[in-house]
Design a protein around this ligand. Structure first.
Ligand code: ADP
Length: 394
């Protein structure tokens, strides 16, 4: 796996159960996955020699991020490496313009868009759509970086000029009136088998996913089913191998539009580690190894995942003691820590909480209670503060 972050770390966890060893290409031996797998290659993902070293003798080469240049992947494929997903599929997760054009060809529901090669294109696009504009760098963004929801035309022009001056291709999109954000997560094997988890809701703050509710509550089953089919169709048309996350916007009028694609295990699928029959990490391995895929059904009426983000001010209490207190109060919380140092806003772990059997996704109070416990647990781990002021010594 290219990249030694938390996705590789959690993929390694699943590799153990399958009797496999996950070799990772990490940039330093302290990275989350390099801490846990015995098979680490240190190097850069932009260095063909490093890529060759990590691929040597491997059954398949896959990714924990999408930053490897396509030309290097083409070279590996030409040398006989089994790159999964293949570069011609991965490009759709690397370049938002390529992705938009392909999805338009497939007739998938997407926001109105255009490429901007000058600031004047911004005016023309704004006039065409008659509403606010979102400016995106076609490549290299993540967690909302490289995305500007422009306040006005002047800002949209400025940002476009800045990106263009930096040599980046620019994508303009209509600003969608969002009800909420959803994600459809699927997997596809080279044999052509597909599997879909139920559509989830992703709650974003400042462009970062903070919470996932799985399945999404209050979603018309027909609309949810269509989104799952869309995910499977996109995976098949693009020739994806492995997990594909389709990030979706639910508009205020109830329609779903595709935001973007990721071809790797994804934050919107972390709930599957405890909340589904097969986790996304095991499924990704099954897919890239061309095994039959695992069952995807949830094991609880609802599972809520909350990310543990580094606090603005690092708490005095050590993480070990925070865990101790958390488990004392919320024994049901399933914690996954990534072995990363704490920095403000950094994803350092996540917590999954499953709703008790017998509850129902359509019971707002039941879902709210599970959300509250997951968020409370994650907030405690970040801040060493209980959201409700509870004191374990009271
Ligand atoms: P990244 O590649 O950094 O994840 P995204 O393209 O997913 O960037 O955009 C980040 C966030 O910005 C989205 O999750 C959404 O909240 C908001 N956003 C992006 N595009 C639009 C749009 N066309 N209309 C409204 N909001 C948008």
């Amino acid at each position: 796996m290219i990249g030694g972050g938390q996705l590789a770390r959690m993929t390694h966890q699943s590799a153990i159960a399958l009797g496999q060893t996950l070799r990772v290409l990490a940039t330093a031996d302290g990275e989350p996955a390099a801490q846990v797998t015995p098979d680490v290659v240190i190097g850069e993902h932009t260095d063909l020699d490093a890529l060759r070293r990590v691929a040597a003798g491997a059954a398949a080469l896959t990714f924990d991020h999408e930053h490897v240049p396509g030309a290097l992947l083409d070279a590996l494929v030409a040398e006989g490496v089994n790159v999964a997903p293949p570069p011609q599929a991965l490009i759709h997760a690397q370049d938002k313009l390529v992705m938009r054009r392909k999805l338009a060809d497939l007739g998938a529901p997407i926001p109105q868009f255009a490429e901007a090669t000058s600031a004047d294109d911004v005016d023309a696009f704004a006039q065409r759509i008659g509403g606010p504009v979102v400016v995106k760098a076609a490549r290299g963004g993540y967690d909302g970086r490289g995305v500007t929801l422009a306040r006005d035309l002047a800002e949209a022009r400025d940002v476009t000029e800045r990106y263009l001056a930096d040599g980046m291709a620019v994508l303009l999109e209509e600003r969608v009136a969002l009800k909420r954000e959803l994600a459809a997560l699927v997997a596809r094997s080279p044999f052509g088998q597909g599997a879909a988890w139920p559509v989830v809701q992703t709650v974003q703050r400042d462009g970062i996913c903070v919470e996932v509710i799985a399945p999404a509550a209050g979603l018309d089953p027909e609309v949810g089913g269509e989104a799952e089919h869309l995910g499977l169709r996109v995976a098949s048309e693009l020739g994806v191998v492995g997990v594909l996350a389709v990030e979706l916007f639910e508009t205020t009028s109830g329609a779903l539009l595709v935001n973007e694609l990721a071809m790797r295990p994804h934050n919107s699928g972390h709930w599957t580690m405890d909340g589904a029959r097969t986790s996304q990490f095991e499924q990704h391995l099954r897919a890239v190894l061309d095994y039959p895929l695992g069952a995807t059904e949830p094991v609880a009426p609802v599972t809520v995942m909350a990310n543990v983000l580094g606090a603005q001010e690092l708490p005095d209490m050590a993480m070990d003691e925070r865990l101790h207190h958390l488990f004392g109060r919320l024994p049901e919380a399933k914690v996954h820590l990534y072995g990363k140092s704490e920095r403000p806003g950094r994803k350092i772990g996540h917590v999954n909480v499953l709703g008790a059997a017998g509850g129902s996704l359509s019971d707002d109070a039941y879902v709210a209670d599970v959300r509250e416990r997951a968020v409370r647990a994650a907030h405690w781990l970040s801040h060493a503060e209980w959201t409700d002021g509870w004191s374990g010594h009271g």
